[in-house]
Design a protein around this ligand. Structure first.
Ligand SMILES: Nc1nc2c(ncn2[C@@H]2O[C@H](COP(=O)(O)OP(=O)(O)OP(=O)(O)O)[C@@H](O)[C@H]2O)c(=O)[nH]1
Ligand SMILES: [Mg+2]
Length: 463
């Protein structure tokens, strides 16, 4: 039997947020005004179509005092209390005055356990005691969660009160709890009732297994994405009198757009692995993770540092010491086109060598064909990996109750790639070199995916 929990409490205390977190459901409506949830709704959390547990989101208590009065007027021995609660619900179904109470009590009559949610940032008050008494009358196994909405701290008072009515009391941040905290909470459910324990243990194992598989699936996607972006090219037929420089700019823009599009797809794939399909990225992150793939800042933050590039022999002395002239040299087509015309492309030349190779392909293709790409800059795959890494970390840790756009924080001074052990960095460097020379087969894909998984594991909880 799969465990079922009804999440109940006063209006606006984070009930729906807790359901969204535990059910990994980004569609559940969460809102700042009391009364957002009007009807009870069951959310089944499944892994590979296998149901693990059910959470029932409910409207908040409105008239706990009146309910209690009704119940007490039919005073009976403690053994009869659950039946009297059932009578209450049956008598008042369809009675608008007790709509919310019937909605929230009904799942308990059907066997659900109780998760009572309070806001530990607000003071305790006697009105809550009425709710706790009503819940006690149901006789169902119950646990209290102290959620903190805001900065106040009345947790100790709340504990004193809750301990009297609940066998388990936990502080649980509905919106920021990470994977490990979720698992700890689930284990708590197992302590509530003997009969749930096997189901909960199964769910925890499934969840932990799924966590590993998600990371691996993300790593496979990111490895494929790296391989594809490292070999992307754009071509166009070159008319007799066509200006090569202008054509190159056009192709360069096309190449950048294709790279961005491939990156967007990769981000979406990783997000859907973690059931975050609708998650939006805010301006800052859009710039850093989607649009400004070609800015100097992006190259500095996410890739190898100049020092690391030099140590790995990927950067020539001239590049390390020189400005843009040294970087571009005289041989570039782009110089002919004029730097001012390079909208959005200039940054790519800073701190890296020329971004992409340009070639005029021979007559055999039925006329002259201009090709731009693939991107040859040695730092390119590192930048792509660094950005994918940060994005994965944010998504993997992201709670499904958080609804604001995702924003990026890269720890200031430190270069991202400094966090990699040397051995892993060397291994990746070798793979990237091979891929850029066209050495790609199933074994390379698999090895790269394994290496990327090692990277992703650094910095996410529960792995
Ligand atoms: N900062 C913070 N905000 C929270 C937390 N939990 C809930 N909120 C916010 O509190 C408000 C109410 O959250 P809901 O989950 O809709 O609360 P509810 O208990 O389901 O509310 P009703 O359905 O109206 O009874 C929303 O604006 C949430 O974003 C929390 O842990 N931290
Ligand atoms: Mg709600």
């Amino acid at each position: 039997m799969i465990p079922v929990f009804a999440v109940v409490g006063h209006p606006n205390k984070g009930k729906s947020s807790i359901v969204a977190t535990l059910a990994e459901d980004e569609e559940i409506v969460i809102g700042p005004a009391p009364g957002t949830t009007r009807r009870s709704h069951r959310y089944t959390f499944s892994i590979d179509s296998e149901p693990q547990y059910v959470l029932v989101d409910t409207p908040g208590f409105q008239r706990a005092g009146a309910v209690l009065e009704w119940l007490e007027a039919r005073a009976a021995g403690a053994h009869e209390r659950p039946r009297i609660v059932e009578d209450f619900v049956n008598t008042h179904l369809g009675d608008g005055r007790f709509h919310d109470e019937c909605e929230l009590l009904k799942p308990m009559l059907d066997g659900a356990g109780i998760l009572y949610v309070v806001d530990g940032a607000k003071p305790y008050g006697p009105e809550y005691e009425l709710e706790m008494q009503v819940l006690q009358w149901t006789g169902r196994p119950r646990m209290a969660l102290i959620n903190l909405i805001g900065s106040g701290d009345y947790v100790d008072d709340w504990r004193q009160a809750l301990d009297q009515y609940f066998s388990l009391v936990r502080v649980f941040d509905a919106v920021h709890a990470d994977f490990a905290k979720r698992v700890a909470l689930l284990r708590g459910f197992g302590e509530l009732d003997e009969s749930w324990r096997p189901g909960i243990e199964r769910a925890v194992m499934a969840l932990e297994g799924e966590r590993l598989r998600r990371l691996e699936r993300s790593a496979v996607e990111i490895a494929n994405y790296l391989i594809e972006t490292m070999s992307l090219t754009e071509r166009t037929a070159l008319g007799e009198s066509e200006d090569v420089g202008r054509c190159e700019i056009r192709l360069m823009e096309r190449l950048q757009n294709s790279l961005r599009e491939r990156e967007r797809l990769s981000r979406e794939t990783v997000q859907s692995v973690y059931r975050h399909q609708s998650l939006t990225r805010d301006e800052a992150i859009t710039e850093l993770l989607a649009t400004d793939l070609f800015t100097e800042e992006g190259w500095e933050l996410f890739g190898l540092s100049r020092m690391q590039l030099m140590v790995s022999g990927l950067l020539s002395g001239a590049l390390a010491g020189g400005g843009i002239d040294a970087i571009l040299g005289g041989a570039s087509f782009m110089l002919g086109a004029g730097l001012g015309a390079l909208v959005g492309g200039v940054g790519a030349w800073f701190g890296s060598e020329k971004l992409a190779k340009t070639e005029i392909l021979g007559q055999s293709l039925g006329g002259r064909v201009l090709q731009v790409g693939p991107v040859k800059a040695a730092n390119f795959p590192w930048v792509m990996l660094g950005r994918a890494w940060i994005h994965h970390q944010l998504v993997a840790e992201r709670n499904h109750a958080r609804r604001e756009a995702m924003s990026l924080a890269v720890a200031g001074e430190q270069h991202l790639m400094d966090r990699l052990p040397d051995e892993l960095r060397r291994g990746l460097g070798k793979l990237f070199k091979g891929v850029s020379r066209g050495h790609v087969d199933a074994a390379v894909r698999q090895t790269l995916a394994n290496r990327v998984a090692e990277v992703l594991r650094l910095g996410v909880s529960g792995n």
